[in-house]
Design a protein around this ligand. Structure first.
Ligand code: ADP
Length: 399
């Protein structure tokens, strides 16, 4: 791939399409943006260039295809389109089928479609983006990068639910894990940042954003992670409850007469920080409210931290050593409060926070925030788009 090459990264949701045009020379975005409210009234697309200038327009038709047409038109006008040598698509669920990123062909498309049973909201939306792009730019190589792929190295004891095994064999019910692209990126960054031995290291990663997960990485491979068959399992998130006793869900259903669908919406969209605080799913807002004595915001953050530390402690048992605990994601990279509360609870494992360094870690800065005699605790900024672009470039170059 030549110096002037660009990779277009596309992340298609059911009503949105995020894009980032990444220069392979430095991994930096040349142009990025978001199309929103696709399928609804007033769909629009916003572009942001390298200088931070923003420009929006309404879409002539409220569809992913229309958003892509406008995007490619914009790239053409800026004379960037000929430099696009590959397109990387974020795909939510690769099941047990996809253990790494792959060049997209008709066979891959059919497999992603078949896996929609495991991610009915996400995979079909991802396919809309892939198929529309294939129609509009048929000569540019496309690559699928799966959120689940990094966790395909989990051992059976880590991915198997203790329900009758027939459900795994017949219906693919098992733990898959998500945020794999972020965890893989951070694991690779940590290797160079902390000069770790590629063949002998152990890392815990806490990716904390609107969606959150923990991953234990042993010698470059994911060995345990907190999300499960869907992104619902594990940590307390913006609106997801994370781990929940199924008995409690069954009791709520029988007490309130709610359907499975209604309960599923409640645990995914009305729970977590939002449901606990009754205020917001946004950690910043809750921190502000907590500082003013808001009892439910205080409880929400405490429950989130308790669950997080419980998972970190549990994940530690899948490692043979701990070289570093790394925080990333919007909360992990910016919230000194969440990091402080978390690391204090992990003192039992010898982790000690340098409070001054912790206060200085925000806004995408990478830094170590532990004391000298503690296992490393650090903040690293994640970059899923760059990881997708790197995969797309590498796979395309090898074609
Ligand atoms: P997503 O999972 O959607 O990519 P992000 O990784 O952007 O989400 O994380 C969003 C979360 O990060 C929100 O809860 C937001 O409040 C939190 N966040 C961002 N900046 C700060 C900050 N300075 N302090 C605390 N939380 C922050």
């Amino acid at each position: 791939m030549s110096i002037a090459s660009l990779v277009l990264v596309i992340n298609c949701g059911s009503s949105s399409l995020k894009f980032s045009l990444i220069s392979f020379t430095d991994g930096e975005p040349v142009l990025s943006g978001l199309a929103e409210k696709l399928g609804l009234d007033e769909a629009s697309i916003t572009f942001k260039d390298q200088a931070g200038n923003k420009y929006s327009q309404t879409l002539p038709e409220s569809s992913h295809l229309s958003a892509l047409k406008i995007l490619f038109n914009e790239l053409n006008q800026r004379q960037l389109l000929p430099a696009v040598k590959a397109i990387g698509h974020r795909v939510a669920h690769g099941g047990s089928e996809f253990k790494q990123s792959v060049a997209i062909n008709s066979d891959v498309i059919e497999k992603i479609r078949a896996l929609s049973v495991l991610a009915p909201l996400h995979n079909p939306a991802n396919l809309v983006g892939i198929e529309a792009t294939m129609v509009l730019l048929p000569d540019v190589a496309q690559v699928a990068v799966f959120d689940t792929a990094f966790h395909q190295t989990l051992a059976p004891e880590a991915y198997t639910y203790a329900i009758p095994l027939e459900y795994q064999e017949r219906y693919q019910v098992r733990r898959y894990g998500f945020h794999g692209t972020s965890h893989r990126y951070i694991a690779a960054e940590a290797l160079t940042a902390f000069d770790l031995n590629p063949a002998d290291h152990g890392i815990l990663i806490a990716h904390l954003g609107n969606g959150s997960s923990v991953c234990a990485v042993k010698n470059g491979k994911s060995v345990d992670t907190s999300m499960g068959m869907t992104p619902l399992e594990g940590l307390v998130m913006g609106t997801r409850c994370g781990d929940l006793d199924f008995g409690a869900a069954a009791y709520i259903a029988s007490s309130t007469g709610q359907s499975i669908e209604s309960l599923y919406k409640m645990v995914n969209n009305q729970s977590g920080l939002y449901g606990l605080s009754g205020l917001s799913s946004d950690c910043r807002t809750l921190q502000e409210a907590r500082s003013q004595g808001h009892a439910r915001a205080t409880l929400a953050i405490d429950v989130m931290v308790h669950r997080l530390t419980r998972h970190l402690g549990g994940h530690l048992t899948s490692l043979h050593r701990l070289d570093a605990l790394i925080f990333t994601g919007g909360i992990g990279e910016n919230s000194s409060l969440v990091r402080e509360l978390t690391v204090k609870r992990l003192g039992v494992f010898g982790l000690q926070l340098d409070e001054e360094k912790n206060q200085q870690a925000f806004g995408g800065r990478s830094c170590v925030i532990s004391k000298a005699n503690s296992p490393l605790v650090a903040v690293l900024s994640t970059n899923e788009e760059k990881m997708i672009a790197m995969d797309a470039a590498a796979i395309t170059s090898a074609l």
